[in-house]
Design a protein around this ligand. Structure first.
Ligand code: NDP
Length: 247
């Protein structure tokens, strides 16, 4: 459990991939990290790992596709920890398919987890952050939301909408010391890109100016800075971390 002065960070989708790297990084930055996802086992392992290296963390299982649970989860964290200083809306899913064949359900499911959960979590942290006159909301977008991507109408829509949502919230909350930014990764080595297969990845790598896929820790580095005191004059921005892919 956090002490009264320790900053509290909530990271969604922390059970693996980018979210896990972000949780570990924020813990090593000295935050008490609340790790959120559906899979209890990997979350428990992560929390044990963080504690073993001297950090502070706890896990909360929550299905973010259920809006009611998202609000309750954040309210519970605020009550238990007394504060939320950093919210990283990282959880995301893909349900790719060509537009002609994409079902309403696959469109809604992706919007629900990627966008709606981030909106609800942000709404619930806004009040405590404004009261504290400090807050950092960091939404994990994607270069797909900036460039579009065949087969990802639903996913790109969710990530593009995240940019407009973040800029609007940044304008509303800036005067109260709360910043809202997007980190937009390119191709990062996680389960999400592993399912695309090695062949496709071999085709992708030469199109990336730095000629390789990114590591989850490279996204965590950007999130770490955006969550710090040092970034207080940066809000409503999209920080693209993609090895130059979307230039
Ligand atoms: P992974 O598939 O590796 O991890 C996704 C995370 O989201 C898991 O922790 C998963 O946990 C959680 N999650 C998914 N659905 C739910 C749900 N309904 N409720 C709660 N948690 C959920 O993805 P990445 O780490 O690769 O991606 C993280 C973020 O980065 C996503 O928003 C993604 O869109 C974005 N991104 C990733 C890129 C990449 O190349 N990897 C590129 C651009 C953006 P669990 O299954 O335990 O619930």
């Amino acid at each position: 459990m956090s002490d009264d002065t320790q900053r509290v960070a909530v990271v969604t989708g922390a059970s693996r991939g980018i979210g896990k790297a972000i949780a570990e990084r924020l813990a090593s930055d000295g935050r008490h990290v609340v790790c959120v996802a559906r899979s209890e086992g990997p979350l428990t392992e992560l929390v044990e790992k963080i504690r073993a290296s001297g950090g502070s963390a706890e896990c909360v299982t929550c299905d973010l596709s259920d809006g009611g649970s998202v609000g309750t989860m954040i309210d519970d964290v605020v009550e238990r920890c007394g504060r939320v200083d950093v919210l990283v809306n990282n959880a995301g899913i893909t349900k790719d398919g060509l537009v002609m064949r994409m079902s309403d359900e696959d469109f809604d499911d992706v919007l629900n987890v990627n966008l709606r959960s981030a909106f609800i979590a942000s709404r619930h942290v806004a009040r405590p952050m404004m009261r504290a006159r400090f807050g950092r909301i960091i939404n994990i977008g994607s270069v797909s939301g900036l460039m579009g991507n065949p087969g990802q109408t639903n996913y790109a829509a969710s990530k593009a909408a995240m940019v407009g949502m973040s800029k609007s919230m940044a304008k509303e909350l800036g005067a109260k010391g709360v910043t809202v930014n997007v980190v937009a990764p390119g191709f990062i080595k996680t389960d999400m890109t592993d399912i695309l297969g090695e062949e496709l990845m071999k085709e992708v790598a030469p199109r990336i100016p730095v000629r390789r896929l990114g590591q989850p820790e490279e996204i965590a580095n950007a999130v770490s800075w955006l969550s710090s005191d040092e970034s207080g004059y940066v809000t409503g921005q999209v920080l693209v971390v993609d090895g130059g892919l979307a230039m």
